[in-house]
Design a binder for this molecule. Structure first.
Ligand code: DX5
Ligand code: ZN
Length: 224
C-alpha cells in the first residue's frame, strides 16, 4: 500500500543512545518520528519533553511529530514549536478551547493534530476537521508503551474517513498509535490509517531496529 508512513515512537528507545537509534531507524527508511510527552496528570506516567526534542532536532532532519499527553497543552505549544516540532498533536479531552489551540499551533508554523482516546467519539471533531492535518486515533489508552492494541478503534478510523468524505476534505492524515506491529499494521491501513506509530515493535523487537522496522514495512506492503 503506497503513501503510508511508519513512524517510530521514541518512547521505546534507549535514551542513552537516542541519536544513534534514530539514525538507525532513518537508515531503515524512517523519515517521521513520534515523540510522546507525558505529564503525570493527563496520563499516569512521565516521559520526555522540550530538551530531548531540541537535541533530536540538532541531529535529525526527519519530521518530528509531538504527541502531547498533557493537561493545559496551550501553555507548551510555543516551547515545543521552538524546539523543532513539525506537527503538534493535542488531546481533544483536555482542550477546553480546541479551536483556539488549533489556530495557535498553525500560527506557530506547525502542522496540527488532534488525538482521541479510545472512548472519545470522532464526531467531537466534526466542527474542526476541515482545519486540522491529522486525527490521532489512540489504539491503546495513552500513558504507556507496550500495551495491547484495541481492535475496536479501527471502526473509529473508518468513521473519521467517512466524515472526511462527507465534509469534502481533500487531505487528512489518520494516525494510529499503540500496540502496532507486523500482525495488525495492515489491518489498520485497510481501515483507513495512513500514519502508523510503532514503539516497542521497532525499538524493542527481536531483531535490530532496521530488521524490526523492515518487518512492519513488509507487512504493510502485502497487497489487499
Ligand atoms: C502511548 C503512546 C504511544 C506509545 C506507543 O501512550 O502515545 O505513542 O509510544 O508504543 P507501543 O508501540 O509500544 O504501543
Ligand atoms: Zn503517542
Amino acid at each position: 500500500m503506497a503513501g503510508l508512513v511508519l513512524a517510530p515512537s521514541i518512547l521505546a528507545a534507549d535514551y542513552a543512545r537516542l541519536g544513534e537509534q534514530v539514525r538507525e531507524a532513518e537508515e531503515a527508511g524512517a523519515g517521521w518520528f513520534h515523540v510522546d510527552v507525558m505529564d503525570g496528570h493527563f496520563v499516569p506516567n512521565l516521559s520526555i519533553g522540550i530538551p530531548v526534542l531540541e537535541s533530536l532536532r540538532a541531529v535529525s532532519d526527519s519530521f518530528m511529530d509531538v504527541h502531547l499527553m498533557i493537561d493545559n497543552p496551550e501553555s507548551f505549544l510555543e516551547p515545543f514549536a521552538s524546539a523543532g516540532a513539525d506537527l503538534i498533536t493535542i488531546h481533544q479531552e483536555v482542550a477546553t478551547h480546541l479551536h483556539r489551540d488549533i489556530r495557535e499551533i498553525r500560527r506557530l508554523g506547525c502542522r496540527v493534530g488532534v488525538a482521541l482516546n479510545p472512548s472519545t467519539p470522532p464526531e467531537t471533531l466534526r466542527e474542526v476537521l476541515p482545519t486540522i492535518d491529522l486525527v490521532l486515533c489512540m489504539t491503546v489508552n495513552p500513558g504507556f508503551g507496550g500495551q495491547a492494541f484495541i481492535p475496536e478503534v479501527l471502526d473509529k478510523v473508518a468513521r473519521v474517513r467517512r466524515m472526511q468524505t462527507d465534509l469534502g476534505i481533500e487531505s487528512l492524515h489518520v494516525q494510529v498509535d499503540g500496540g502496532i506491529g507486523p500482525s495488525n499494521a495492515r489491518q489498520a491501513a485497510v481501515a483507513g490509517a495512513d500514519v502508523l506509530v510503532a514503539g516497542s515493535t521497532v525499538f524493542r523487537g527481536e531483531g535490530t531496529i532496521a530488521e524490526n522496522y523492515g518487518a512492519i514495512r513488509r507487512a504493510l506492503a502485502v497487497d489487499v
